[in-house]
Design a protein around this ligand. Structure first.
Ligand code: FES
Length: 172
């Protein structure tokens, strides 16, 4: 008899715990919109930086650039055929960070297959596919810079689609 009462007490405590868990989950649901609001505040305004002019570019020859600041090296490329994110008259001009998303080694351009390649642990990124990783240790695609070309043919970078290696925010 005594033993059964103890079992009953145990059940009641278990049920009370369940109610508390449900209350906790409800509280978390109420808190969620606040967290979303805080996230939207983390959005950054990108600078519009002139990188080069159309006349400066040579077909399939990388030009060194930096964006959104001098601490973030990148490359500007004219690939020769329209590609994802490409700008200019042929839609073939793109720009990427050259810091490997894995551990930040500097990438080098292979004109043969239009990829950026990491000497650290051999990740490869396809410049004709928006910087998509095709091989290696990295766990994200290569950050691509959003470009705009004005009427004078000047090429501007105005955004980045992935987090640049080593940063908590692309704009410091
Ligand atoms: Fe590039 Fe590791 S640093 S794959």
């Amino acid at each position: 008899m005594k033993c059964n009462k103890l079992v009953d007490v145990g059940r009641r405590q278990f049920l009370r715990g369940g109610v508390m868990s449900a209350a906790g989950a409800a509280a978390a649901t109420i808190v969620a919109p606040t967290a979303a609001a805080a996230q939207s505040l983390a959005r950054v305004d990108y600078p519009s930086n002139r990188l080069a002019n159309l006349s400066d570019l040579k077909l399939n020859e990388p030009m060194d650039i930096a964006y959104p600041d001098e601490g973030s090296p990148g490359v500007l490329l004219k690939l020769g055929s329209a590609v994802e994110g490409g700008v200019g008259p042929e839609g073939d001009i793109v720009a990427f960070s050259v810091l490997c998303p894995h551990k930040g080694w500097p990438l080098s351009y292979n004109a043969g297959d239009k990829t950026l390649n990491c000497p650290g642990h051999f990740s490869r990124f396809d410049c004709e596919a928006g910087g998509q990783q095709t091989w290696g240790h990295a766990t994200q695609n290569l950050p691509q810079f959003a470009l705009r070309v004005d009427d004078a043919g000047d090429i501007f970078a105005e955004g980045v689609d992935e987090l640049i290696y080593g940063r908590l925010s692309n704009v410091l």
